[in-house]
Design a protein around this ligand. Structure first.
Ligand code: ADP
Ligand code: MG
Length: 701
């Protein structure tokens, strides 16, 4: 049998499986071939030689392994309330065990007065301790030789009913592993294996399932994680090369009058080094003749708008138009204002197109765009409509990308004969590992430096009991002429409740800060857009001192005189939102403050979030903590989670390996873009076979 054929053999042919179990493995776990099963990895290992005493277990917050005997087995309740209970005892103490589900399968396994190994997490229930759904297994002396590790596999109720609980899976895995000698094809090249000191694939599979010690798990994991990340990066980079080859783009050959005039005569300040570097990167991209697809990440306040302006000027210098898309009308307005401030004096023609642009104005705009007299268009989704036709669009910049879908970006591509260059700007720092995965087919630029002279925002965590102190502080700041944001959570499931919180808050603030001495704006999701805009404008122009709002102000709004951000029920917000909200202040010359208000009772997660916010203001550092706490799926949204279908790599943990894998993949594609060199034969075969098997790591930009 050839090596490939072995991996593709149906599991029905594995001893101990048969048609019924094969069907179940396919349905429940998506495993249908030998290869699939070999890549179904244990999620942990049990060391049979060490246990915790029951008494010690009472105090442990993580699951523990114990050795003892079971007694007093009984079934209580009827129907859905039925439970199986027992008592587990060792030399130190006793603890209750309870099962709510799968009683039929568990009951025959537990026997009184037999020694068992038990694994589970202790919870306290009133004065008593118990363990729900522990894993149990008869104690066998033979398995307890020091260091022996038993693999534990994820299973499920249906699988368990056919004997395919973790131990059952272990058994068929043992059978399969005994067959693999010389049957596992090479997937990496000799060159890579030597360079990164990897063990062979065959050995790695053996060790990951049946390690003799923890060193073996380590070296197996290294090999398998590297391989998984390597092929992911390889196909992403390959995808990028193909897109670039296909998409001819416009050539921005030179900088000219617009750019130079602005740079030399109108630039209000020196660019930061990071801004300079990013402008250079974009210049290089747009001078190749291929279409640029670039993601620009930069923390709030890092000066992305200015970079956008400079790039638009390069487009203009080469005879093209440019557009800038914002996710909301407020932001489009703000961009229009700041770009007009920058470029108006030079006589550049700039237009604004949003949902509320009047029909008569639209007609004028459409014509100016079509005949080319309008050079820069700023707006919302309205720009994407088919009616909006440019004479010669060369560059499209999208601010805050996550609100624009793929289909919408596709519309931009069709606005000219060749697709315009695309620059996506985001202020939501994404950990590098995630960026490399989700945007692996885009180029990435990072502004990792704030303009000079910014005062660090002071972040303080107050419990609700400090409210009087807070109000006094706000009064003092208002006396100094500052403005204040007070933000309430908005969680969609409990909208009415949140609305009530907001209104209660608004009332008590109004009582403490009464008119006419104080003026307060309020903005929330139930208001009409025009009313929201009106209230925002009052605040932005300084006519109101306090803005009470839900998170609608999260993205992009710029009021430099606002120097205090109070976040109510801060424990209800995720880290990235807290960081975004904090970014609304610290935009002017004054010392700014962010005050996190919470109740006394905080979960461990919430404590860590408050601690992180008060410790650092580095968006990337915060994003890393967020990734560790929430995992990649939650951060990027579930609709993209297909890409996270990783079998063994962990993006939060395998940071460094991902870097290595990316470098390694790009080095190989640099010298051998089509993988036709003989030494890369195995890599090519594996890539082709992965592509056939659906795992194509591409994300359309
Ligand atoms: P963001 O990246 O959040 O979009 P902005 O582009 O709004 O940031 O810039 C934030 C503020 O910093 C603006 O007031 C802008 O004029 C100012 N700014 C941008 N670049 C510099 C610089 N190099 N030096 C000083 N101030 C700058
Ligand atoms: Mg911005």
């Amino acid at each position: 049998m050839s090596q490939d054929a072995f991996l593709h053999t149906s599991l029905t042919y594995l001893k101990g499986v048969g048609p019924d179990r094969a069907l179940l493995l396919e349905k429940e776990l998506g495993l249908s071939t030998f290869g699939d099963l070999l890549h179904y990895f244990p999620f942990r290992y049990v060391d049979k030689s060490t246990y915790t005493s029951v008494r010690e277990a009472f105090a442990s917050s993580s699951p523990v392994q114990m050795k003892g005997r079971i007694s007093k087995i009984s079934e209580i309740g009827e129907g859905r309330k039925k439970r199986l209970t027992a008592v587990f005892t060792d030399d130190s103490a006793s603890i209750d065990l309870v099962w709510f589900k799968g009683i039929k399968w568990v009951k025959p396994l537990i026997l009184e007065e037999t020694e068992f190994l038990l694994y589970g997490k202790v919870t306290k229930f009133g004065p008593k301790y118990n363990i729900a759904h522990p894993e149990i297994e008869k104690f066998e002396i033979a398995k307890t030789k020091s260091g022996s590790l038993q693999p534990i596999y994820n299973s499920g109720e249906k699988l368990t009913s056919k004997g395919l609980h973790s131990k059952g899976i272990e058994k068929i895995m043992r059978t399969l592993i005994s067959l693999i000698a010389s049957k596992i094809p090479q997937t990496l090249s000799e060159e890579i294996i030597t360079k990164y000191h990897l063990i062979s694939k065959e050995q790695a599979l053996q060790q990951i399932h049946f390690p003799e010690n923890s060193e073996q798990i380590k070296s197996a994991r290294l090999r398998l994680v590297f391989e998984e990340l390597f092929f992911m990066q390889l196909s992403l980079i390959k995808q990028k090369l193909i897109t670039q080859r296909k998409s001819k783009g416009y050539l921005f050959e030179a900088v000219g009058l617009h750019f130079n005039t602005f740079y030399n005569n109108h630039l209000p300040f020196e660019l930061t080094n990071a801004q300079k570097r990013v402008v250079k990167e974009i210049r290089r991209d747009t001078a190749t003749g291929n279409q640029m697809n670039r993601l620009l990440q930069g923390d709030v306040g890092s000066g992305k708008t200015l970079v956008a302006v400079l790039c638009m000027l390069v487009a203009l210098d080469n005879g093209f138009q440019a557009c800038l898309l914002a996710p909301t009308e407020i932001l489009a307005n703000q961009h229009f204002q700041s770009v007009t401030e920058f470029l108006g004096p030079m006589g550049v023609e700039i237009g604004l197109l949003t949902g509320s642009t009047k029909k008569a104005q639209r007609t004028v705009l459409h014509e100016a765009l079509e005949n080319g007299s309008m050079q820069i268009l700023i707006g919302t989704h309205a720009i994407l409509e088919d009616k909006v036709v440019f004479k010669n669009l060369g560059l499209a910049i999208i601010d805050e990308q996550h609100r624009f879908g793929v289909a919408q970006r596709g519309k931009l591509w069709k606005k000219n004969i060749y697709p315009p260059h695309i620059l996506v700007m985001t202020a939501t720092p994404i950990p590098r590992t995630l960026a490399m995965t989700f945007y692996g087919d885009l180029d990435i630029s990072v502004i990792d430096e704030l303009p000079p002279g910014r005062k660090e925002i002071q972040t303080i965590h107050y419990f609700d009991s400090k409210r009087l102190l807070l109000f006094q502080f706000l009064e003092d700041e208002i006396k100094k002429g500052r403005q204040i944001y007070i933000v309430y959570p908005l969680i969609e499931e409990s909208e009415t409740l949140d609305y009530k919180d907001l209104m209660d808050g608004y009332e008590s603030i109004s009582r403490r800060f009464p008119r006419p001495q104080y003026q307060i704006s309020i903005v929330h999701g139930k208001m009409k857009p025009a009313d929201k805009d009106y209230e925002m404008q009052l605040f932005a122009s300084g006519k109101t001192q306090i803005l009470v709002a839900t998170t609608v102000i999260e993205v992009g709004v710029n009021v430099p005189n606002a120097s205090v951000m109070v976040i109510e029920s801060a424990e209800k917000f995720g880290l990235s939102t807290l960081h975004q909200l904090r970014g609304r202040v610290g935009r002017g010359a004054e010392q700014s403050y962010c005050i996190l208000m919470t109740g006394y009772k905080l979960s461990e997660d919430a404590k860590l979030r408050m601690e992180t916010m008060t410790r650092t203001s580095d968006g990337f550092e915060i994003a890393e903590v967020d990734l560790r706490m929430r995992g990649p799926g939650d951060i990027m949204g579930t609709q993209q989670s297909g890409i996270l279908d990783l079998k063994i790599a962990d993006l939060a943990r395998d940071n460094q390996l991902l870097n290595l894998a990316r470098i390694c993949a790009s080095e190989i594609l640099d010298t051998d873009p089509d993988l036709t060199h003989k030494k890369n034969y195995s890599i090519r075969q594996e890539l082709l076979s992965q592509m056939k098997r659906k795992t194509v790591w591409s994300r359309i930009s």
